[in-house]
Design a protein around this ligand. Structure first.
Ligand code: GLV
Ligand code: MN
Ligand code: MN
Length: 430
């Protein structure tokens, strides 16, 4: 390690002013106006009117910072703060601005705003590193509209091309490709979206902690070691629709009871096998009961299953066990089970070097931090397929997220931004 060089970096970043909680709050609250459920949390689904308006608003903020703006065929937005040697591979930072239904105003947005605020600090201190720093807004990290998450970062990783975008349909049967095309994204250039390894030097994402661990441990920052990855399935259970009074308990082929038993089995098997990092989750978050009437035994149920793990091998083992048990239950209850896999992602270890940069910045600033793993997935999970990634968490109240109750103090995002800005500069000046 070149100590003189490291020291020079930290002297440079001593010039950085502190992030402004008020500016962070301003942008987050402005973003929050773009919302289709203002009476119940925040809902901003990919390429709906509020989401498109929020994109335009972020582009305005980027413009005001003097960033040069580019969008790719998958709808990712890139705002570049040019370095003194812009031919060098840049450093990326950013997250997403779409939400789940009835969400909060911090999940994703905090990372985009922290990126913008980091650039404002660098500008104010007139610090231009060698490499460019790019604030990225990734398209639809949430699977809300198309059932698949991380659409933009998946395309950047070369795992979602034009063909897949044509296959991916929303509930109205519109494909992602069609929607992109109708909004004038250059879909003919879909094959230019993937990034080659080496083209991005490093990527750092700030995000809210969605477990409550930071709050419980009294830490302001979490430096992420590994990002857990999901496998997502859709199942259809077909039983026999019949009369609630006329069909004795022995004669039923109840699709809902079979599905309920499957959901409980997934929970039990996962609790009994948490894997190497002692962390695995299984969630049945959606169940659609047909026909859905008080006096009718359900004939058909569709439900989702989301299994996550810090280890890919353990996730495979666990999902095999769960799927085996589902088949056993289907046979026992005489229902038909069909399923479809949406994705089977790989957990992503965070770069040791980026973790060290984040740690050094937190220590320099005297901000209490801890190492952690991310149970939630993030765009960094896919960006890690082509660049070293790092993640920085800030606390959320009671760890509640994907809920209108989600809350993070703006001062905590500002503290995270102070660390992020220093780490970005250190990475960009190498
Ligand atoms: C992303 O929001 C996730 O579900 O982890
Ligand atoms: Mn989320
Ligand atoms: Mn998120």
């Amino acid at each position: 390690m070149n100590l003189a060089y490291e020291q020079e970096d930290s002297l440079q970043t001593d010039l950085l002013p502190k992030a402004s909680a008020a500016n962070i709050e301003r942008i987050l609250r402005n973003l929050n106006h773009f919302n289709s459920t203002p009476e119940f949390g925040t809902t901003r689904v990919l390429f709906t009117e509020p989401e498109v308006a929020a994109r335009n608003y972020i582009k305005q903020e980027m413009q005001q910072l003097g960033l040069s703006i580019r969008e790719d065929a998958a709808g990712n937005i890139f705002g570049t703060y040019e370095g003194t040697e812009p031919v060098l591979a840049p450093i990326w930072t950013g997250s997403h601005i779409d939400t789940v239904l009835n969400a909060g105003m911090f999940d994703g947005m905090s990372g985009v705003v922290a990126g913008l605020e980091s650039i404002r600090l660098l500008e104010e201190a007139q610090l231009r590193p060698r490499r460019s720093i790019v604030v990225v807004v990734y398209t639809s990290e949430e699977p809300t509209r198309f059932g698949l998450g991380c659409l933009g970062s998946r395309a950047l990783a070369g795992k979602l091309g034009a063909e897949e975008a044509k296959q991916l349909k929303d509930k109205d049967g519109k494909s992602l490709y069609e929607v992109l095309q109708s909004l004038d994204f250059p879909v003919d250039h879909f094959d230019e979206v993937p990034v080659r390894r080496g083209d991005v030097k490093a990527a750092v994402e700030l995000h809210i902690d969605q477990t409550g661990e930071l709050e419980r441990e009294g830490k302001t920052l979490g430096i992420v070691r590994t990002i857990c990855a999901p496998s997502v399935y859709d199942f259809k259970v077909t039983g026999r629709q019949s009369h609630a009074g006329g069909t004795s308990m022995a004669r039923r082929r109840d699709a809902l009871m079979a599905s309920a038993e499957m959901a409980l089995a997934a929970e039990e098997l996962t609790k009994a096998s948490l894997g190497p990092d002692d962390y695995a989750t299984a969630t049945v978050g959606r169940m659609n009961v047909i026909p859905g009437a008080v006096n009718v035994i359900p004939g058909e149920v569709d439900f989702s299953l989301d299994v996550r793990d810090a280890s890919f091998a353990h996730k495979k083992e666990l999902t095999q066990k769960i799927l085996g048990k589902f088949e056993e239950i289907a046979a026992k209850r005489q229902v038909k089970l069909t399923g479809r896999e949406y994705n089977d992602d790989h957990p992503m270890p965070c770069s040791e070097e980026i973790q060290a940069k984040l740690t050094a910045a937190a220590e320099e600033l005297g901000i209490p931090y801890m190492k952690t793993i991310s149970g939630a997935f993030h765009d960094s999970m896919l960006v890690g397929e082509f660049a070293p990634v790092g993640m920085l968490f800030v606390p959320s109240r009671d760890g509640i997220s994907h809920s209108p109750q989600e809350w993070t103090d703006f001062e905590d995002i500002a503290a995270g931004t102070d660390v992020l800005a220093r780490a970005l500069y250190a990475l960009a000046d190498e």
